[in-house]
Design a protein around this ligand. Structure first.
Ligand code: BGC
Length: 380
């Protein structure tokens, strides 16, 4: 008992000491966090991104855009962290941000379930949290900014429904493989549900046959390759369609197809409109990707950050839109979170020019690197 009490005392003293440190690094006499309850008056945001390896978007797009837009909104550069796929690391990073006076958090969770603890810790300090791109299963979440992720999956599934025929004929099989993202990412569940809304009627009718389906832990690209190899071996290389949730995994799935000379012969999907993904489309190895204009996602987030800091009404930004936390969200299930959801766009070889190139999301130099002149009517 005595040891426990002493422990609590030491812990409290530590807390006081930390509070003292944070006060002394703050300009003025009031600590930033106290001055910025619920974000009002806040000048110091903290950005917590989930990983870098699974998709180049996080480091190449989200990081620079969020830092620039939030710096502009608050006049102070935000703290920036990347958890490299570890929910525990993200937890530590969030605690450090809060201890150092972050008064608004922008959080793309490494794990949609366990990140609820970050929201709870922030709430205890009066710090609002905006879930960025990936939902956090917490009823205390203040906002959610993302894309319509069920729609992302629908676009992928519908593309297969519209284009499977020639692949089935050429391969003499209707075998279909599904390689999903990480089941700990709410988005992966939505992409899968959206895709199945277009594909289930074809599976039920026997038009396409689902022979393999996996959720890929951590969205790990190399694991996706092993999964595709497994699907090929189990089906004697008879596969016509590979639904793949993003471009990073698709690139590795294509490597597995190359090893058995099936690259370009199987309908492969993707997402993120990465330079490598668009290049795979130009090479004919990937059929489509989904373009998500991250510029808009980052700007919408910075607009919310600015409104919170200024203490102005955010209802014109969220326009009454909400996202309901799904049944997998435990105690938070059913809670409605005010949301901004941007619209995803299908990209295939027919509209590269008018979408990702027109928006300068990728450059001709990036997507044409090493490709023969004239490829796709795009490459110089
Ligand atoms: C994002 C995708 C990304 C994937 C893997 C998802 O939550 O929405 O854009 O490809 O995570 O990082």
């Amino acid at each position: 008992m005595f040891t426990m009490m002493a422990g609590i005392l030491v812990f409290s003293l530590l807390l006081v000491a930390c509070g003292g440190t944070s006060t002394s690094t703050t300009t003025g006499t009031t600590p930033t966090t106290a001055a910025a309850t619920n974000g009002k008056g806040c000048k110091q945001a903290g950005i917590l991104l989930p990983e870098t390896a699974t998709s180049e978007r996080w480091d190449k797009k989200d990081r620079p855009l969020l830092i620039a837009d939030i710096t502009k909104a608050l006049g102070t550069a935000p703290f920036y962290n990347n958890a490299q796929g570890s929910a525990t690391t993200q937890q530590t990073q969030a605690q450090a941000d809060l201890a150092n006076g972050a008064c608004i958090l922008v959080l793309a969770p490494a794990d949609s379930v366990s990140a609820a603890a970050i929201v709870a810790a922030a709430k205890a300090k009066g710090v609002p949290v905006i879930a960025y791109d990936r939902l956090v299963y917490s009823a205390d979440l203040n906002y959610y900014v993302s894309f319509d992720n069920t729609k992302v999956g629908q676009l992928q599934g519908q593309y297969i429904a519209d284009h499977y025929k020639s692949f089935v004929t050429a391969n003499g099989t209707n075998n279909t493989v599904m390689i999903n993202g990480a089941s700990t990412d709410n988005n992966a569940l939505l992409f899968n549900a959206g895709a199945l809304s277009a594909l289930n009627p074809l599976f039920t009718a026997g038009t396409l046959k689902k022979v393999y389906e996996k959720f890929t832990p951590g969205w790990d690209n190399a694991t996706a390759q092993t999964e595709m190899q497994g699907a090929l071996v189990a089906n004697g290389n008879k596969v016509a369609v590979a639904y793949v949730a993003n471009d990073g995994m698709a690139n590795n799935v294509i490597a597995a197809l190359k090893a058995v000379q099936l690259n370009g012969k199987v309908l492969v999907t993707g997402q993120d409109a990465t330079a490598a993904g668009i290049q795979n489309i130009l090479k004919g190895y990937q059929a489509m990707t989904v373009y998500k204009a991250i510029t808009k996602e980052a700007q919408a987030t910075a607009d919310l950050v600015a409104a919170l800091s200024n203490g102005t009404d955010t209802s014109s930004l969220t326009a009454g839109n909400t996202t309901t936390i799904p049944s997998g969200g435990g105690a938070a299930a059913g809670a409605k979170i005010a949301s901004v959801l941007e619209t995803p766009v299908t990209v295939d070889k027919t509209n590269i020019q008018s979408t990702v190139l027109a928006d300068n999301y990728v450059t001709v130099a990036q997507i044409c690197a090493g490709l023969p002149s004239g490829t796709g009517g795009i490459c110089p």
